[in-house]
Design a protein around this ligand. Sequence first.
Ligand code: C5P
Length: 217
Amino acid sequence: PRLKVIAIDGPSASGKGTVAARVANVLNRDYLDSGALYRLTALYARQQHINWQDESGVAVLAKNLPVIFHNECILLDSKDVTAEIRAEDIGMGASAVAALPAVRDALLQRQRNFLTSKGLVADGRDMATVVFPQAELKIFLTASATVRAQRRALQFGIANNGIEYQQILTDIEKRDQTDRTRLVAPLKPACDAKILDTSLLTIEESVEKVLDWYRKI
Ligand code: C5P
C-alpha cells in the first residue's frame, strides 16, 4: 500500500527544503526536515564532547535527542538552536555522523513517526530509498553545483565571486561527494523517482511542478 508521503531527496542547497515546506503548506500536510535530525545529532555530540567518528557514542545521543519541533523553531535541551544548526561546520558534522550505520538506524523510527493521518512531505537524502519506500510520490530535486553555491551565497549575503564564494562551492561539492559515496543510504534517486532539475527554475515553478505531479497520481 502506498503511504501518504511525498518524498523529496536531493543534494545540499538544491532548494528541496524550501520546496518541500511550501508543498506541505499548500496540501496542509506535516513537513519533515530529516537533515535537521542529523544536524541536531552533530550539534548534540559536540555539546556532549562526543567525537563525530564515535559510532556507538553518537548513536546513543541520536536515539535520545531531547528535541522539540515547535512551529518554525527547533529546541534542543530546551534551547533554541534553529539558527545554530544551519552553520556550515554543523552541516559537515551532520554529513559525518550520517555516514555511520548505527546513527541512521537510531533515527529511522523517529523519522517514520512523523507520518500521521494528515500526510507528510519529507525531505532528505534517503526519504524515497530507505525511510519511506512506499511513498506515493518520489522526487529527486537537483541543481548544478554552481547554482546551488550561488543560492547558498545569496542566503548568507555573500557576493558571487571572491574567496568566500569559492569556499561555499568547495564545501558543497565535498559534502555531496561524502553523501553520494557512503556505503549506507547514499544520496541517489530511487528508481521510481521523478527527477526535477531546478537550475533554471524559480521556487514557485519548482513547487508548481511538484504539485502538478501530485495531482496526477
Ligand atoms: O539537508 P541537510 O543539508 O540539512 O542535511 C545535512 C546532512 O545530513 C547531509 O549532508 C547528509 O549527510 C545528512 N542527511 C542524510 N540523510 C537525510 C538527510 C540528511 O544523510 N535523510
